[in-house]
Design a protein around this ligand. Sequence first.
Ligand code: TMP
Length: 210
Amino acid sequence: MFITLEGIEGCGKTTQINHLSRFFENRGQSCVVTREPGGTAIGKEIRSILLNPASKGMVAKAELLLYMADRAQHIAAVVNPCLAEGKVVLCDRYFDATVVYQGFARGLDTRFIYELHRLVMDDLKPDVTLLLDLPPRIGLKRAWKQLEDGTRNGIESRFEEETLSFHEKVRAGYLELARLEPERFRTIDASGDEEQVQKDIREALTQYLK
Ligand code: TMP
């Protein structure tokens, strides 16, 4: 089973994915937690270029292709082999992030992005996508706090430095994707506390697994 988590900066994906991994392990299912960008050794190098504020001058097309390069490597080296072994793959961001960030927010043609995805992913779609939704004003505040107190690597702040209106477009983009694919998406209100969000995610998944 392939499950992805998506949402704006500061939505709590990284914390929740670890809870989720325990949820599956308690059910006796072996699972792997991974992420994009940065789920492989090559991907980590790509991630550092993408998220470093020093890469500010990067054009949108270069950004898109770096995310695609990270994904091609990640699918071949991690996602496909783990799915073939019957593991549950929990992935912190996947192709919806590209549609939303590089498409809706940066303005690249989403048809072209979907074409590239066919090349890179061979139609490997998640079974379920959990969208942790919250207003960008709250998410960005949380994200900056993590960057400042060192919970999150301070050298990875290129997207946090984008304007509020950029993040509003990201959020609206995710909600639009969830509306278009209600079978795959489960939208969770992520503005509450960690425990409540964890409970809501478990409930959504328990329903799905039935
Ligand atoms: P994160 O690992 O903290 O979620 O950071 C990854 C950043 O990269 C986040 O700001 C979203 C962005 N991103 C894209 O712009 N496009 C993509 O395809 C992916 C996977 C992430």
